[in-house]
Design a protein around this ligand. Structure first.
Ligand code: PMP
Length: 291
């Protein structure tokens, strides 16, 4: 049976200040965001009806829009309130939320009206981002690299930047992998296509410095949880020739949560004590019983 399309569901979407029936949450084909990628978004999860780091996500949505040169017509507090109301109205406990803001239809061209900005929030039930997550996933090396900070607005969670993520993940799936690990423009290890990456060696946690990709909220949470356990965390430039020296590897993200990695392009890892500990700590923090 085909999965139910995302535009054909029951329930509500919060759109430009009001709740509209899910199927009516539409935009016109002549929308700047659709033509020129002028959209920013957030992916978030609620656990037991409570959105994890809601304010931080709302603030990042604002920051992402500001980097693209537009301002949201709703404060972070208003967006927080709308998200919480939506989760309740949808009757959801454990769910995924997508908040987005985009440039509208008032003018079509590379330059457009700067105050033509829309905001919407949707929420739906979504289980694990990766099938068989607990077994550990297999990554290949992405055919695309994270661009330099003066090539793309890399600190914005901008829809346009996901073009190379989709291409990379499709390439990985076509080759029989679960996802791809992306290098950056220098050839250093960067991240997954929708999640940050961590490695373990001799009880120390290593993760690339987020200087050309998103410093994920889950990433920041995991670093804090590790430090709380007295685990040394090294944020640094990381290189592909180091891969063989690591025993464990995992991805972090709002959708991916903490996902063990068992292979990167033939290099094997064994999800071990450190990954398990941090998964348990993250799970306890988000109050999710089934992780
Ligand atoms: N990198 C990319 C490309 C992502 O899409 C995400 C998911 N938002 C992350 C990293 C992780 O960010 P977060 O932990 O804030 O969800």
């Amino acid at each position: 049976m085909a999965a139910q399309s995302f535009d054909d569901r029951d329930g509500w979407v919060w759109m430009d200040g009001e709740f509209v029936p899910h199927r009516d949450a539409r935009v016109h084909v002549l929308t700047h965001a659709l033509h020129y990628g002028s959209c920013v978004f957030e992916g978030e999860r609620a656990y037991g009806g409570v959105i994890f780091k809601s304010r931080e996500h709302s603030e990042r949505l604002h920051a992402s829009a500001n980097i693209l040169g537009f301002k949201l017509p709703y404060s972070a507090e208003e967006i927080d309130r709308a998200k919480a109301e939506l989760v309740k109205k949808q009757g959801l406990e454990n769910c995924y939320l997508r908040a987005l803001a985009w440039r509208g239809s008032q003018q079509m061209g590379v330059a457009t009206k700067r105050d033509d900005v829309h905001v919407a929030i949707a929420a739906w039930e979504w289980g694990d981002y990766f099938k068989d997550r607990m077994k550990g996933i297999r990554l290949m090396v992405a055919p695309w690299r994270r661009p330099a900070p003066d090539t793309a607005p890399c600190n914005s969670k901008a829809a346009g930047l996901y073009m190379i993520c989709t291409l990379s993940r499709h390439a990985a799936l076509d080759a029989g992998f679960d996802d791809a690990m992306m290098f950056d423009w220098r050839g250093q290890i960067a991240e997954g296509t929708g999640a940050n990456i961590f490695f373990v060696r001799d009880g120390v946690l290593h993760t690339p410095t987020p200087d050309c990709f998103l410093n994920g909220l889950t990433r920041q949470t995991i670093i804090k949880l590790a430090e709380k356990r007295g685990i040394e965390v090294r944020e640094r430039a990381m290189f592909p020739n180091e891969l063989a020296s690591f025993s464990e590897c995992f991805l972090t993200g709002s959708a991916a949560e903490v996902t063990p990695v068992r292979e990167i392009a033939g290099q094997m890892f064994k999800p071990g004590a450190m990954t398990e500990q941090l998964m348990a700590d993250f799970s306890a923090l988000t109050r999710r019983a089934n992780a």
